[in-house]
Ligand binder design. Structure first.
Ligand code: PNS
Length: 175
């Protein structure tokens, strides 16, 4: 039995992520999608919100487990002795340098942690969580970019976040 993990921020989960999840799930007996933290990023959704969105988006899929971990991916890999490989999606050459560095760092921290890359499908190469956030915050239509079961939830949540940001910024100017 071969088990892979697909790590990421998933802030929020997009159709690009779902494309990799669907394809990786056919290559391995089990795929664990794990929500992790990049401490250098600021997130719109909490870990539990990101997990819940992934759970809804993959509800129909049989061999998927959703997990989260507040620590190094290499340590998660060490703790999960059932995991064989890390899967990452590559959208364009711009992703390559960063992903290559992470793959080497993870292998350096845990020599068992091999990474395999899956090229994003052509129709999802331009989709990113940050692009989705901008479209949603300005009220654009997200339906083509995020899984249909979660698109309304993501739009509502991000619009509310942006309105709150604008309200706080206006308050600051009043001071
Ligand atoms: O979707 P992202 O933001 O590109 O995912 C990056 C993520 C969260 C997978 C990466 O930052 C990560 O593995 N974070 C956990 C801490 C860690 O192990 N960092 C890698 C050492 S460079």
């Amino acid at each position: 039995m071969k088990t892979a993990i697909y790590p990421g921020s998933f802030d929020p989960c997009t159709n690009g992520h779902l494309d990799i999840i669907k394809r990786a799930s056919t290559m391995f007996d089990k795929l664990i999608v794990v929500v992790l933290i990049n401490p250098l990023k600021s997130y719109s959704f909490s870990i539990s919100e990101r997990r819940a969105l992934l759970e809804k988006a993959t509800m129909e899929m049989k061999n998927i487990e959703i997990d989260s971990y507040d620590g190094l991916l290499a340590d998660y890999f060490t703790q999960r002795s059932d995991v064989d490989v890390i899967v990452k999606g590559l959208r364009a050459t711009s992703d390559f340098e960063y992903e290559f560095q992470m793959a080497h760092t993870n292998k350096d921290l845990n020599p068992r942690a091999e990474t395999v890359f899956i090229p994003a499908s052509a129709n999802t190469t331009f989709i990113s969580s940050s692009m989705v956030k901008q479209v949603a915050m300005f009220g654009g239509d997200l339906s083509k970019y995020v899984p249909s079961v979660i698109h309304k939830e993501i739009s509502t949540r991000l619009k509310a976040e942006f309105e709150e940001k604008k309200r706080l910024a206006a308050l600051k100017q009043d001071l």
